[in-house]
Design a protein around this ligand. Sequence first.
Ligand code: PLP
Length: 345
Amino acid sequence: MPSPVGYPFGSAFTDHMVMANWREGSGWGAPKLLPHAAIPVSPAMVGLHYGQVIFEGLKAFRRADGRLAVFRPEDHARRFRVSARRMMMPEIPETVFLDALDELVRQDRDFVPAESSASLYLRPLMFASEPDLAVRPAREYQFLLIAFVTDGLFGSEPRPLKVWVNEDHPRAAVGGTGNVKCAGNYAGALRAQSLARENGCDQVVWLDPAELRWVEELGATNLFFVRKTGQSHELVTPPLSGSLLPGVTRDSLTVLARDMGMNVLEDRVSVDEWQDDCRSGRIAEVFASGTAAGVRAVGQVRSAGASWQIGDGSVGPVTAALSEALQGIQYGRRPDSHRWLHLVD
Ligand SMILES: Cc1ncc(COP(=O)(O)O)c(C=O)c1O
């Protein structure tokens, strides 16, 4: 989606990348900082054929003092290791992952503009590079770290999303790979995403793979429901069932909401409940959360048989307050009381 100020998601790449190779018997070689350029691959490379490919997505923000800060890099390093284990790939040591981030951010820092909505999106990637088509875990892997400047997945304008409840093509399987960041999850999701667009929606709502009844996540984001309880609000997010991704932003928002005095709980919400509770006013707001998207209000929901609005369809006060709390920390306008930022000098 083109962005109003000119950084569409995923194309304004910086000039450099970091590369490291792993080989059975010798382990990880020293990472190298290189120009961002095409890489030679064998047509028999395992990653291309059998999908041993994992990635991460995290961001560095420019603060008012000009310094860049990476948001929760240790948590992304940890999730990268969890993804590697699930896909039978070698784990990259945390120090190698963090040093690669530091090196690339330091080198390409001048790409990040001072506009408050822009940030540097960092994309660590690992794939099986061995040219051998036996079906087994590969014996050679390549780690790459590239970066691009972005305004966010949906641009910098906070228009509430219209979402499509997808009852046809679950994103994940019971016991599958829905809780890790492997490339195949995203290829398998494209068909449902295209159906969402055909139905006039921005994003697809993923339901649980067993019953197609419980709401799990949204596109490449987690979901939150703001429920009215008397005079106050509580924040509800689907539990980590094994088929949805444990988002770093999801975790951060639960902490920030508790800091704001809200009750936060993990609870299953069915599609029927979502509709009924919006109609009765019990659900006042819904928003999506993710590194790429930030905090994004959901205004309208559509499914094959129904369509409903959330609140008055605009950005609600809880969504706005949590978005500001998170961005305030990321851009250095608020104290980093949970020590989530890693400053790059
Ligand atoms: C499927 C999916 N769910 C949720 C998220 C949000 O995770 P995070 O907040 O760590 O970016 C992402 C993004 O990585 C995702 O791809």
